[in-house]
Ligand binder design. Structure first.
Ligand SMILES: [Zn+2]
Ligand SMILES: [Zn+2]
Length: 140
């Protein structure tokens, strides 16, 4: 059996997986999370240190929840989160949609070659009376 000391309260507990935090402290953290989420919903313009003070949590904990994409802020919130890759403003998490997508593309193209056979053949009847394909308005 794997017994560890809780990183927060120091009590011994049966360690299974994840961070070294006992079930009681984990529960307490979940309760805090609900409290913080509710507070943000009701106080959309609150800053991180206001939230931390009013909810009794560390700002570091709030930032961790943001990175885990558990907290999402309104567009008028003063809390700014920036993409770790390109620095674009985002509302939660660590990367903007664009960087997330290009990361996903990198992963999939490394795994298997893109199948080039599925795209529509070029020059295949663009001028046939416009059958509603309004996506193709770009010229390359
Ligand atoms: Zn504990
Ligand atoms: Zn980005």
């Amino acid at each position: 059996m794997n017994v560890r000391n809780c990183r927060r309260c120091g009590r011994m507990f049966n360690y299974i997986t994840g961070p070294s935090i006992c079930p009681a402290c984990k529960d307490a953290a979940e309760k805090k999370f609900e409290e913080v989420r509710k507070y943000i919903r009701e106080n959309k313009t609150a800053k991180i240190n206001e939230i931390a003070q009013n909810c009794g949590v560390e700002t570091r904990q709030i930032e961790q929840w943001i990175r885990e994409e558990r907290l999402i802020f309104a567009s008028d919130s003063p809390i700014k989160v920036y993409c770790e890759t390109c620095g674009a403003p985002i509302f939660t998490g660590r990367y903007c949609d664009k960087c997330k997508k290009s990361q996903a593309n990198n992963f999939s193209s490394a795994g298997r070659p893109a199948d080039s056979g599925s795209s529509a053949p070029a020059g295949g009847g663009d001028k046939k009376g416009g059958s509603g394909n309004k996506m193709h308005t770009f010229h390359e």
